[in-house]
Write a protein that binds this ligand. Sequence first.
Ligand SMILES: [Zn+2]
Length: 60
Amino acid sequence: MTQDRKKKEKEWVEFECPDCDAHNPWSDGFTLGDVVVCMFCGTPFLVKRDGEENFRLVRD
Ligand SMILES: [Zn+2]
């Protein structure tokens, strides 16, 4: 497996809010360790690794 993926700065451009299930496009992109804020309920979430390619959101 190549390690190149890890150099990519922003890995995802959208997320689903764990609190209110709203779909949030995030045009600036986000990656592990970033904090994203749901545009609907205003809850901030920390981006954590979940598996090799996925992320999960933990209430910040
Ligand atoms: Zn929400």
